[in-house]
Ligand binder design. Structure first.
Ligand code: PLP
Length: 375
């Protein structure tokens, strides 16, 4: 059993993907070829935003968003402490300070009650100027944007949605990538919509941000790339990756419903077990199920993982270390509130196989191995 099966996906779509790739090799426009623009139109349409701007990876997408917002030294950005390193890294990379906030034990996403407290503590106890809240759609579930947006409005803060894992998720009829002032995603191969290398995108409805980001991704270009009006980056999506993504985006709705079916099977089989806590979606919210993440309850995580491994069922831990515990951040980013929920999730969470090419029988086998552990 594969944790994520990119090979099965390729075999399923081989002819169409190969055809797309060979079209690019034939026309030879490897940088910003026609597939890039075609993909951007389709991505914007799928997500439901005015602008989709592709770039080299999801980390650069966050950096482009922060740069477009003018966030830098002296500024702070609130980031959940339970996330992939890149969310906080991008903030530090532009010279700002990531301020870590705790998460919700049910959704793994920003905890809105604690968020308001964190903001007050930073304002009362530091000289940092908070500019934005970066919410992360962890494991595929869009964060609580109604509450996040209202807290942001109260304090006059911008909102960034890190939808690297969320692409395909929905919240009250709006898709991931359409929340906040600027949203970002990643096309890293293992993400819900992945390419065959690195890739990313930035989404916004704001024309000024969109124009800035298009300039920033090509060395701060003005009217052309040899007219440089600001310091930017070299962060474009390769045409070959755009070609792969065009085929994968066409397959994506069917893959997404398959993920949702498998997640429902897992949940039905495991939700009443005393061994693990199953992931929950809020009302009106659907996850893209980038990961199906359990919390070990009556039996330790390592014992559960070993037993699954002995039956050739792979697992992975996302994430064993919170951001505030990472060596890179221990001195740079003071903790302003207690982060105990994230710390506890880091000690008991583990993810089980989840991808659209998993058979129902494989999911049933994972469930039965877990349920039999209590016997
Ligand atoms: C993967 C990921 C990123 C970074 O994406 P890359 O394309 O690998 O740079 C950022 N944030 C989160 C939450 C991620 O999971």
């Amino acid at each position: 059993m594969q944790f994520i099966d990119l090979k099965a996906q390729y075999e399923f779509a081989k002819q169409r993907i190969d055809q797309r790739i060979s079209t690019v090799l034939d026309h030879g426009q490897y940088i910003m070829g026609p597939e890039v623009g075609e993909l951007e139109v389709q991505l914007a349409h799928y997500v439901g935003v005015k602008h989709a701007i592709t770039c080299a990876n999801g980390t650069d997408a966050l950096q482009l968003a922060l740069m477009a917002m003018g966030i830098g030294p002296g500024d702070a950005v609130i980031v959940p402490t339970f996330t992939f390193f890149a969310s906080a890294e991008a903030v530090a990379f532009v010279g700002a300070t990531p301020v870590f906030a705790d998460v919700d034990p049910r959704t793994f996403n920003l905890n809105c009650e604690k968020l308001a407290t964190t903001i007050r503590h930073v304002q009362a106890n530091s000289a940092l100027k908070i500019k934005a809240i970066m919410a992360v759609d962890l494991f595929g579930q869009p964060a609580a944007y109604e509450n996040i947006q209202s807290i942001a409005s109260t304090h006059n803060l911008l909102v960034i949605e890190d939808a690297a894992q969320g692409f395909g998720g929905e919240r009250n009829g709006k898709r991931s990538g359409s929340f906040g002032d600027i949203a970002t995603t990643s096309f890293f191969p293992a993400k819900p919509l992945g390419c065959y290398g690195d890739g990313g995108a930035v989404f916004t409805n704001n024309d000024d941000y969109a124009a800035l980001i298009k300039s920033l991704r090509v060395h701060g270009k003005g009217s052309d790339k040899y007219d440089n009006v600001r310091i930017g980056m070299n962060s474009r999506l390769d045409t070959l990756q755009a070609a792969v993504l065009l085929e994968k985006l066409a397959m994506f709705p069917a893959e997404l419903s398959r993920r949702q079916h498998l997640a429902a099977l897992y949940s039905a089989g495991l939700e009443n077990s005393s061994i693990v806590i199953t992931p929950e979606c809020e009302d009106g919210v659907t996850s893209s199920w980038a990961q199906y993440t359990l919390q070990a309850q009556s039996i330790s995580r390592s014992t559960l993982q070993q037993r699954l491994q002995s039956q050739n069922i792979p697992t992975a831990i996302y994430y064993a270390t919170c951001m505030h515990q990472q060596l890179a951040f221990t001195s740079a980013s003071p903790a302003f509130t207690d982060l105990s929920i994230a710390e506890s999730l880091a000690s008991c969470s583990f993810s089980i196989p989840m991808h659209p090419y998993l058979a129902d029988e494989e999911v049933e086998r994972v469930i039965s191995v877990l349920l039999n552990m209590s016997l």
